[in-house]
Design a protein around this ligand. Structure first.
Ligand SMILES: Nc1ncnc2c1ncn2[C@@H]1O[C@H](COP(=O)(O)OP(=O)(O)OP(=O)(O)O)[C@@H](O)[C@H]1O
Length: 692
């Protein structure tokens, strides 16, 4: 049975003696060290010629000499032991479903003589609001300690549009300055809502890097615009894809509302529905009254309350915020919009049936105050107009950071040339930006040695707070197990965080990481989006992400709020082409290569082999237990459906009394109280049913 790999071998292959298997691993390590020495020598020799290659596009189209092609072929034949299993992450499927292929997707005209004419590249023409966004200066987020004197234009006191309660709340949250996305979006929203009736604000989409402060960018204007409300009604709805994210945003908004009378409520599956209903509405003299002004929720929980909670009314909704919008707009969550629209339709005519065309004055007057201001936020906002169409955005406006693509040609000031080209072409720029403080690296290893390489990297760099992402829950569980076997007793622990654990266990693990009780976490992509854990220094992609969005959200867990961070991807020779291609498609460089200390790997080879053996035995035992329980269940089910004439007397009795004595009953201690015999025999009615 294989641990992390696609099993090409029969069991016999693994029943080699431990010494032989260990030699195999050691032999691989030595081969790898040899290969690296040869490569380093070769690089020294080829250095001048290499530079010219650097400036060519970093992708597989670079002409390969016969030798490099042979070398690659040899690597590809390396035993594909640590191939990651099929991802069982729904997220991967959804990301793939939402795969916005680059604009110039080409297609084949059927029946045409392909050889004769060159394929015509098709450029996607975007709606003008997507093609000409408002650019947020994407300069690096200067940290507070790096900020200069009072002339700092980002300082709170230099933001005239912030009220005093908002400033006080931000000071209490230790926020001294606003980030670029906040300085662009907050004044725009406040200004849009200051327009006299019946003018209503345009809906907005904000695409900014991970960790750039998008949460406060929508929370501050909402709280500031609602803080002087008179009656308590649900006027803001913030929708997030997962409960952990909803909890995180709820805490930020609750901190902002500290100095106001506004009430915030979190609706997520982490609390009982009844408890949430009591927090939402109250019944007084036959009337339902809302007890909250702002609701933070997930799509599923929102639909639960729309159906189950009497008095939960969205008629006065002024703001509808969709964070991680590309994830939420995937098919899986699609029906929440339908329920929201159908639920509120009878209270506010066609809440979401916005129109993109400007309305005439009469229509504006008629619809004023009935349509919420819709705001979409994401670091990887979908540029797929069909998906955005479902929201029926009203005269949408796009904010995005400037993407300075890596120079792909040798011409002078290539970046300026490329950016004007992209604008001219109407390209949506800035869709996949990563924080300027992020350092991206990759490490080449053998498939079978990945866990050992990861452990060696942790050991030699003495990482204190890291996240390691895998492509499946089982890989997370097994990898966490192997790493815990390799660590010395008493050392900081490395925990697992995946769907294999309960919600409570996941919360406890995340809290332990936030409190610095854990050295690192091995997690699946459920944690990749939006989760904000401070001071994560390193993010490792143990398995290569299958989609660029997954990669962007994974690496976005570090280098947040202007702090530096490093993202490392473990690549096998087989992963390299796919990884390079995925990044080059969005104009991102691959980053620098790092190597691991082979002494550390070799030193732990024996322990690693033992850990693999232990894991294999554990998995076999678990598999046996599962088989036994399955057999027992099928036998019980079979009895139920057995032909009555085939049943034995005991089976008939079991069916009647519902007591299945498949296991011999434990001998009851002899007691001085004797049970009267007739109690043990079936009574007349039971006997009659049995005979029938
Ligand atoms: N003006 C600010 N000054 C200092 N820290 C800030 C500021 N704004 C946000 N932060 C901090 O930056 C971190 C990231 O903020 P936030 O989670 O809003 O980023 P994000 O863009 O939503 O990230 P993601 O795309 O991953 O969801 C948080 O820890 C937050 O407290």
């Amino acid at each position: 049975m294989e641990l992390f790999t696609v099993n090409r071998y029969t069991e016999e292959d693994f029943k080699t003696k431990p010494a032989e298997a260990e030699d195999q691993i050691l032999e691989k390590l030595l081969q790898k060290a040899e290969k690296r020495k040869r490569k380093q020598k070769k690089d020294k020799v080829e250095e001048p010629s290499q530079e010219s290659a650097e400036h060519q596009t970093i992708n597989e189209d670079v002409p390969q000499t016969l030798e490099t092609r042979k070398r690659r072929q040899k690597d590809d034949n390396a035993d594909s032991a640590f191939q990651e299993p099929e991802s069982d992450q729904p997220l991967e499927q959804q990301e793939a479903a939402d795969s916005d292929k680059p604009a110039d997707a080409s297609f084949e005209v059927i029946g045409e003589d392909v050889g004769a004419t060159k394929r015509q590249k098709v450029e996607m023409v975007l709606p003008s609001w997507l093609a000409h966004p408002t650019i947020i200066p994407g300069d690096s987020l200067k940290r507070d300690e790096d900020a200069t004197a009072d002339t700092d234009e980002a300082a709170l006191k230099n933001q005239p549009y912030l009220d005093k309660p908002t400033r006080d709340a931000l000071k209490q949250m230790k926020i001294k300055r606003l980030f670029p996305v906040q300085r662009s979006v907050i004044p725009w929203i406040l200004d849009a809502h200051s327009k006299p009736a019946p003018f209503r604000p345009r809906d907005i989409c904000v695409s900014a890097p991970t960790g750039s402060g998008k949460t406060l960018a929508f929370a501050i204007p909402i709280v500031q615009l609602l803080m002087n409300r008179v009656k308590c009604k649900v006027r803001a709805l913030v929708v997030l894809p997962v409960a952990e994210l909803a909890m995180q945003v709820y805490k930020v908004i609750a901190s902002l509302c500290n100095k106001t009378e506004l009430e915030v409520c979190l609706l997520s599956k982490q609390h009982r529905l009844e408890a949430e209903q009591e927090a939402l509405v109250e019944l007084y003299k036959g009337e339902y009254y809302s007890k909250v002004d702002i609701v933070v929720t997930t799509p599923g929980r929102l639909v639960d309350h729309l159906h189950a909670t009497k008095g939960f009314c969205l008629k006065e909704l002024k703001f509808l915020v969709i964070d991680e919008a590309d994830r939420i707009m995937d098919a899986v969550f699609q029906n929440w919009l339908y329920h929201l629209d159908s639920h509120v339709r009878d209270t506010a005519d066609q809440l979401l049936a916005g129109r993109t065309a400007p309305l005439c004055l009469a229509e504006l007057r008629e619809s004023y105050g009935k349509k919420p201001h819709k705001m979409l936020f994401s670091a990887t906002l979908s540029q797929d107009p069909e998906k955005l169409q479902n929201l029926r955005l009203f005269q949408p406006k796009l904010f995005t950071t400037v993407l300075i693509p890596a120079p792909t040609t040798l011409e002078p000031n290539a970046s300026a040339l490329v950016s004007t080209q992209t604008e001219e072409r109407g390209q949506f720029i800035g869709k996949y930006t990563t924080p300027a403080e992020l350092t991206e690296q990759y490490c080449i290893t053998e498939p079978r040695l990945k866990p050992l390489t990861l452990f060696a990297l942790i050991k030699q760099n003495n990482w204190q707070r890291f996240l390691c992402f895998t492509n499946s829950n089982d890989t997370s569980t097994r990898l966490a197990f192997v790493l815990s076997q390799l660590k010395e007793k008493g050392e900081d622990t490395i925990a697992e965080l995946s769907a294999n654990l309960s919600a409570a266990k996941r919360r406890a693990t995340l809290d332990a990481l936030m409190r610095g009780k854990l050295q690192g976490i091995i997690c699946s992509d459920a944690l990749a989006r939006g989760i904000d854990v401070s001071n994560i220094d390193i993010v490792v992609s143990y398995d290569v992400p299958r989609h660029i969005k997954t990669y962007i959200h994974r690496v976005g867990r570090t280098a947040r709020a202007g702090r530096p961070g490093t993202a490392i991807t473990l690549l096998t020779p087989k992963d390299q082409p796919q990884f390079r291609k995925m990044l080059s498609e969005v104009g991102k460089p691959v980053g620098e290569e790092i190597t691991v200390d082979t002494e550390v790997e070799t030193g732990y080879a024996h322990l690693y082999h033992t850990a693999l053996e232990t894991l294999r035995k554990t998995l076999e035992a678990t598999k046996k237990r599962e088989i036994v329980s399955k057999t027992r269940n099928t036998q019980a089910a079979a009895k139920l459906h057995k032909d009555p004439s085939q049943l034995t007397l005991m089976e008939k009795l079991q069916q009647v009394t519902g007591v299945h004595t498949s296991k011999p009953k434990p001998k009851e201690p002899k007691s001085h109280l004797k049970m009267p015999k007739n109690k043990l025999k079936p009574n007349a009615s039971q006997r009659k049913i049995v005979e029938e």
